[in-house]
Design a protein around this ligand. Structure first.
Ligand SMILES: Cc1cc2nc3c(=O)[nH]c(=O)nc-3n(C[C@H](O)[C@H](O)[C@H](O)COP(=O)(O)OP(=O)(O)OC[C@H]3O[C@@H](n4cnc5c(N)ncnc54)[C@H](O)[C@@H]3O)c2cc1C
Length: 414
């Protein structure tokens, strides 16, 4: 275990970075965090990416380990299952689990990040630096090169080692790649996403609150997660090009026609559809596979920086929080940082590769398979078996509700 009082740099105070800072400081380390955004406690710094996230057991375990779960749960809305909306307007709730506690929570990304940063800031051994853009590794390798966004001053982080939690577009990963210390394979998805709003109607939620809503349409889908203000954030997942694609939705009339034709029940609940459609960004998605997450005992990639995945299993953040918890667990078994980082990649990569694959497979399940009567029959049978025998755990439950089952083992289940 690293000696107490030793310094560590964390780049990125997003979801993983802020949780990791708390966990490392609770282990007696002095943590300096550098984040490119401004302080979210002072201003709304919403990055424009997903507004709310599904939090499940693996993420909850990480929050518990850091002692912050009690602050997060008041922000969370339980979702008991998927409400599948058919084309004819009928809807059916498909439960996520077979036990009352087997629910997934909808939580605002901005609120969750703010709570984690507040909790980190309360710890005397955490120093938070906002408005600091990491440019990569310092030339002589010791530390990171950073730019103060207010003054333009270039400086270096002092504390070593450095852990990069700077997300899917990681500058630190790029720097390792440029020095041929890492190999990276990026697999962009040919479907993009756009977030829209389903506001409350007469002050009340327009849909069942305790569910994740899906309008599956075969090749594409709309989903909606509840927010605490009674609204829902809807996300359209759609091909970039071709038939039924974003490329075809270039005018308000085309958007209107598409939603009326494909999602009439949702369209009726979206008064600002066309304005939002053209104002909100079209986000891209993809999987990043990295080999070589560490540089000796000096640098480690963690969270999306090491292994970004598509969002269809709702596991990217959960997996990043599990990374944080696993790194802390492995600290007890390793004296030096180099051995710790090597063990971390050795242990985590098979699991992150497994969830990357399951997340891709789950896109088809969400947008298409959930409509299949045969799938529904098999799902009901599996639920009955699981109720009778708690040792029979289907893959979906293993991923969402059983953090004691590693992702790689969950992937072998059906
Ligand atoms: C549409 C969508 C829906 C999703 N839904 C879910 C879900 O339901 N459940 C789930 O578990 N996951 C979900 N995810 C995935 C989840 O958002 C990510 O896996 C998670 O945010 C990863 O956390 P992170 O800390 O590694 O990266 P991030 O949260 O991206 O944090 C990175 C941080 O680093 C900072 N940063 C970036 N570059 C630099 C730099 N050069 N210098 C300094 N700072 C920098 C950023 O400002 C940011 O604060 C979703 C993702 C998307 C896109």
């Amino acid at each position: 275990m690293p000696a107490p009082g030793q310094g560590v740099t964390v780049v990125g105070a997003g979801l993983a970075g802020s949780l990791l800072a708390i966990l490392l400081a609770r282990r007696g380390l002095r943590v300096s965090v550098y984040e490119r955004r401004t302080d979210p406690r002072r201003a709304n710094t919403d990055s424009g990416r997903s507004i709310n996230l599904a939090l499940a057991a693996r993420g909850i375990r990480g929050l518990q380990l850091a002692g912050v779960l009690d602050r997060v749960m008041p922000l969370a809305i339980p979702m008991r299952g998927r409400m599948v909306h058919e084309h004819d307007g009928s809807a059916e709730l498909q439960m996520y689990g077979v036990r009352p506690e087997e629910v997934v929570y909808s939580v605002s990304r901005a609120d969750l990040n703010r709570v984690l940063i507040e909790a980190a800031a309360e710890l005397p051994d955490v120093e938070l630096n906002f408005g600091q853009l990491c440019l990569g590794l310092a030339h002589e390798r010791a530390g990171f090169e950073l730019r103060d966004e207010a003054t333009g001053r270039i400086h270096h982080s002092a504390a070593q080692p450095g852990i990069a939690t700077d997300g899917a577009g990681s500058a630190v990963r790029d720097a390792l790649l440029a020095r041929e210390l890492t190999s990276v394979r990026e697999e962009p998805l040919d479907h993009d996403y756009k977030e829209l709003t389903i506001p409350p109607v007469d002050g009340r939620p327009a849909l069942e609150v305790n569910a994740l809503h899906i309008w599956p349409r075969g090749g594409f889908m709309l989903i909606a997660l509840p927010n605490r203000d009674g609204s829902f954030t809807a996300t359209l997942f759609l091909a970039r090009e071709g038939a039924n694609s974003f490329a075809q939705l270039g005018t308000p009339a085309a958007v209107e026609d598409f939603f009326q034709r494909e999602f009439p029940s949702a369209r009726a609940l979206m008064p600002d559809l066309t304005r939002e459609f053209f104002e909100h960004p079209q986000g891209s998605l993809g999987t990043v596979y990295t080999r070589g997450w560490h540089l000796d005992g000096e640098v480690l990639l963690l969270g999306d920086a090491a292994h970004a995945i598509v969002p269809f299993h709702g596991q990217g953040m959960n997996c990043a929080f599990e990374d944080c918890a696993e790194l802390i667990r492995l600290m007890d078994q390793h004296h030096g940082w180099a051995g710790l980082f090597e063990a971390f990649e050795h242990e985590r990569r098979p699991n992150t590769d497994a969830i990357a694959q399951m997340a891709l497979e789950n896109y088809r399940e969400m947008r298409e398979t959930v409509l299949d009567p045969e799938y529904r029959r098999r799902k009901k049978e599996a639920e009955e078996r699981e109720k009778r025998d708690p040792n029979v755990i289907p893959r979906y439950s293993a991923v969402m509700f059983h953090p004691e089952i590693p992702y790689a083992a969950a992937a072998r289940l059906r």
